[in-house]
Design a protein around this ligand. Structure first.
Ligand code: HXC
Length: 258
């Protein structure tokens, strides 16, 4: 399917969804978020795809929610209309791994969308920020919640209250991103990471993702119990048989279709 505000690239078992509103710094508008939801659900359900990459352009992942579209909104447009709530969180329902790849700016809603990915890979030129306070609003898609859980209260408060951007090194140091690559080789490296995951059994990847996300919603005891159910269930799957046989037979496992 053709999208107005997204570009799709297929790389074997990895699909790259690129946010694409170059004239507006990839500002996230209603149409783009609807299209993103559509694309995410489509590839999550596609048996040919094991991993999804969400990225933007070299200059910008996304510079936030579309200020031009929001500027004249009233409360009646936002709360009753469920602005943001109705189409920004489809990504949280995706069961396959979603890697956010950030080159350039990830600001406001762009940083919040990035934080909804499973993990982030950044270019050495990436910049992250929550400058909503400068345009007179609070974050609305998890900036005050996911950021402190990820980088701690002090750094998060600093970013949220001053609107200061952090660079890739600070983002990596604080745990917001998992790896940094040079801008020139970012996509190549990110695809290599994605392909490593795509060769693993996708059902196990989905269970790990499910279980890790549970850690943020429950107690340690309940979380470990949840994890153990997946571990026990793994013994009823072809992936466990193939993985353990391959190890004992000293050959590479083939998890195709598992
Ligand atoms: C609408 C935007 C935009 C945005 C940039 N543009 N960000 N349009 N919404 N969030 C537009 C500009 O108006 C301009 O349009 C064009 O993109 C290029 O932007 P410039 O500012 O000229 O580029 P540059 O000088 O390189 O600066 C890049 C930038 C800056 C640092 C990313 O654009 C910026 O600070 N943007 C706003 C960041 C922000 O405040 N984000 C939070 C938004 S609130 P023209 O037509 O002039 O060429 C938010 C709330 C989320 O996200 C809550 C719920 C999710």
């Amino acid at each position: 399917m053709e999208y107005a505000d997204l570009l799709i690239e297929n790389h074997g078992k990895v699909v790259v969804i690129r946010l694409n509103r170059p004239k507006a710094m990839n500002a996230l508008n209603d149409n783009m978020m609807n299209e993103l939801g559509h694309a995410l659900y489509q590839y999550d359900a596609d048996p040919a795809v094991n991993v999804i990459i969400l990225t933007g352009s070299e200059k910008v992942f996304a510079a936030g929610a579309d200020i031009a579209a929001m500027a004249n909104y009233t409360y009646a447009d936002t709360y009753p209309g469920n602005y943001i709530g109705r189409n920004w969180e489809h990504i949280l329902n995706v069961r396959k791994p979603v890697i956010g790849v950030v080159a350039g700016y990830a600001l406001g809603g762009g940083c919040e969308l990035a934080m909804m990915c499973d993990f982030l890979i950044a270019s050495d030129k990436a910049k992250f920020g929550q400058p909503e306070i400068k345009v007179g609003v609070t974050p609305g898609a998890g900036g005050t919640q996911r950021l402190p859980r990820t980088i701690g209260k002090s750094k998060a408060m600093d970013m949220l209250l001053t609107s200061r951007m952090i660079d890739a090194l600070e983002a990596e140091r604080t745990g917001l991103v998992s790896r940094i690559f040079p801008a020139e080789t970012l996509m190549e490296e990110a695809l290599a990471v994605a392909n490593t995951i795509a060769e693993m059994p996708v059902t196990v990847a989905m269970a790990i993702k499910d279980s890790v996300n549970r850690a943020f919603e429950t107690t340690l005891t309940e979380g470990v119990r949840y994890e153990r159910r997946f571990f026990h269930a793994a013994f009823g799957t072809p992936a466990q048989k193939e993985g353990m046989s391959a190890f004992l037979e000293k050959r590479k496992a083939n998890f195709e279709g598992m």
